[in-house]
Design a protein around this ligand. Structure first.
Ligand SMILES: Cc1cc2nc3c(=O)[nH]c(=O)nc-3n(C[C@H](O)[C@H](O)[C@H](O)COP(=O)(O)O)c2cc1C
Length: 353
């Protein structure tokens, strides 16, 4: 299948505009998700032998393998029911915002095959939290799915920074029932001002409000949802220390490291395209950050490692640095639909019972 992708499907997809290719991929996965018998066969093929492999346990959830689909691929929750059939052990949908929004003008996604990278400035184009909640309400909910489903929340563009808390809270209230875990995304480079929410002065009240809302769910007899924060690779170590202080004080469940970078290393120094860079060029920095967080927290904070996983070794490196789970997105574009299954299989060799 890898050969078929490299020599037939990928050349055809790479002739299309990147966003068009993405839309076709989402439509194909959404179709697969509706053909349940085919999904069941593929899920069985990709399932790790339970006699030889333990599920990965992280923030109270069980993941059949360590490899997830990163946020941004399935922004509107159309494609996730097919993800387990491709071998993913979890999916993170979104980023979703409280208000529906169209994102930045096209073109807004660019491939760099020589550097195995993508630059995107999508700008959280999505149908909005209410539409996503309505879509998810028709499908199996938490505990009844093949793999855990995370929902990644962002700030609506129309909402000013000083009203960000209400905006995230609105999405949380609409979506918490449908999520196995939730992610507070304050690290996309494509919403003006969003990354400022990583400063402790903004971050603390924002996360405190979401943690309180989660507590209110429990008081009302509903399950608490694991709450994670997704950070940028462009934070300095002192800035990461500040973030860690806030999230340990508030007892957040984990961190996702990292989002795309605004840096333009090497060849990309001369690329004049605004947006977040992903894929191979972000690999090293994201692993450094995982390593830093794991050391700073004595390995006690669950970390999902993401950024530049283009082969099995890059995924192993993230686990070695201290991640419990990994995610990928750009690797799917360059390596094809069954790349996650290959990575999950390779990682599972490390944790055989
Ligand atoms: C086209 C594109 C869109 C993305 N959209 C989002 C998003 O909406 N929310 C988010 O948290 N991350 C988003 N990301 C970032 C990825 O989830 C991931 O953190 C980043 O790309 C690094 O992983 P990778 O090198 O495996 O792609 C996007 C990435 C790409 C390439």
């Amino acid at each position: 299948m890898g050969w078929l992708y490299q020599h037939a499907l990928k050349p055809a997809l790479f002739r299309l505009d990147p966003e068009r290719a993405h839309e076709l991929s989402v439509a194909a996965l959404a179709w697969l998700g509706r053909v349940r018998p085919l999904c069941a066969v593929l899920e069985r093929i990709h399932r790790l032998d339970p006699a030889r492999h333990r599920p990965v346990e992280c923030f109270g959830l069980k993941f059949p393998n360590a490899v997830g689909l990163a946020a941004g691929f399935d922004k509107n929750g159309h494609a996730w029911p097919g993800a387990a059939a491709l071998g993913f052990g979890h999916v993170e949908i979104g980023t979703v915002t409280f208000h529906a929004q169209s994102g930045n003008p096209r073109p807004r996604a660019f491939r760099y095959p020589a550097g195995e990278a993508v630059i995107n400035r999508m700008g959280f184009n999505n149908d909005g939290a209410a539409a996503l909640a309505a879509r998810l309400a028709k499908l199996p909910g938490p505990g009844r799915r093949a793999i855990p489903l995370g929902i990644n929340l962002g700030k609506s563009k129309v909402t000013p920074l000083d009203r960000a808390t209400e905006d995230y809270l609105g999405s949380f209230r609409l979506l918490a029932d449908h999520a196995d875990y939730l992610v507070v995304n304050v690290s996309s480079p494509n919403t003006p001002g969003l990354r400022e929410l990583q400063d402790a002065a903004w971050l603390k009240p924002l996360l405190a409000a979401l943690v309180a809302e989660n507590g209110a769910r429990v008081a009302a007899g509903q399950p608490r949802r694991p709450l994670l924060l997704k950070i940028a690779p462009d934070l300095s170590f002192p800035q990461i220390d500040e973030v860690l202080q806030v999230i340990t004080d508030l007892r957040l469940d984990g961190l996702i490291a990292t989002n795309t970078t605004l840096a333009r290393p090497g060849f990309f120094a001369t690329v004049d395209e605004a947006g977040g860079l992903s894929g191979a060029p972000v690999r090293r920095r994201s692993t450094e950050i995982i390593n830093y967080i794991a050391r700073a927290t004595n390995g006690r904070l669950p970390i999902i490692g993401v950024g530049g996983i283009m082969d099995e070794a890059a995924a192993g490196e993230k686990l070695d640095a201290g991640a419990t789970l990994v995610q990928l997105y750009t690797g799917l574009i360059y390596r094809g639909p069954f790349f996650a299954a290959a990575v999950a299989g390779a990682l599972s060799q490390r944790q055989r019972i």
